[in-house]
Design a protein around this ligand. Structure first.
Ligand code: GLP
Length: 235
């Protein structure tokens, strides 16, 4: 594991965007994450306007929202990243939740990713409960892309994107920890004081399913990009 520390989230975002721009201009599959942590990174990336030769994928998606729903992760990635970067549609891979039943869409997405040789790089945010994608506490390293129940803590944390808690979907499709473990590189991006405690648990606490991200901390291609606020509790 490599840790890259930055003064603040803006400096961190610039650095991640620069490295990401280089990766995007070569071939291979790159998985995109969503969440507030990623906003400044994608904004910085758009300014660099790299030509995208990579295949682009997504980490997770709510069930029950259409791809046109502004709260869906497909909508976010299409409108805020893939379209502005002019990624050719043939290089964009999204789960087929409109055409297939959820479980079938999850399996098909995993199979398609395998057909492309798996992930060269996956971007990851960190949930307040240690989740990666929507691999919530209890997830294991043997699980692949599948439908999961979203933890209550995560639903509450994402409530502000919806009108009320009852509108936050209860289930999601997520790449599994086994799928992530097969990636050549994992970039875990963590910023802000609110993540300091869970980041300390992920990196320095026990390796346990209770903190899913801890299961991947010995991945040989893991790079943790962190700002000072999030790193404040690390030894
Ligand atoms: C969300 C997303 C994850 C994201 C994480 C952190 O629920 N499903 O993919 O990485 O939680 O979110 P944020 O960056 O908003 O803290």
């Amino acid at each position: 594991m490599k840790i890259k520390r930055f003064q603040d989230s803006a400096t961190l975002a610039q650095a991640v965007a620069r490295e990401l721009a280089t990766r995007l201009s070569s071939t291979g599959s790159i998985g995109f994450a969503t969440g507030r942590t990623m906003d400044p990174i994608y904004e910085a990336l758009l300014e660099l306007a790299p030509r995208v030769s990579a295949q682009v994928w997504m980490l997770d998606e709510y069930l029950g929202l259409s791809a046109e729903d502004q709260r869906s992760y497909r909508y976010y990635l299409q409108t805020r990243v893939f379209k502005p970067l002019q990624v050719p549609p043939a290089q964009i891979h999204l789960p087929q939740l409109e055409v297939l039943a959820p479980e079938a869409a999850a399996l098909a997405y995993e199979v398609e990713l395998q057909r492309f040789g798996g992930l060269r790089l996956q971007l990851l945010g960190l949930g307040l409960n240690g989740h990666l994608g929507l691999n919530e506490p209890g997830s294991t390293l043997s699980e692949r892309t599948r439908i999961v129940k979203i933890a209550e803590k995560t639903r509450v944390s994402n409530q502000s994107f919806f009108g009320s808690l009852s509108e936050v979907p209860t289930h999601a499709l997520t790449l599994g920890l086994a799928t992530l473990n097969d990636a050549q590189e994992l970039w875990l991006i963590v910023s802000g004081a609110a993540k300091a405690e869970i980041l300390q648990e992920v990196l320095e606490g026990p390796v346990t399913s209770r903190v899913p991200a801890s299961l991947l901390r010995d991945h040989p291609g893991l790079i943790v990009f962190v700002d000072e606020a999030a790193a404040s509790r690390l030894r």
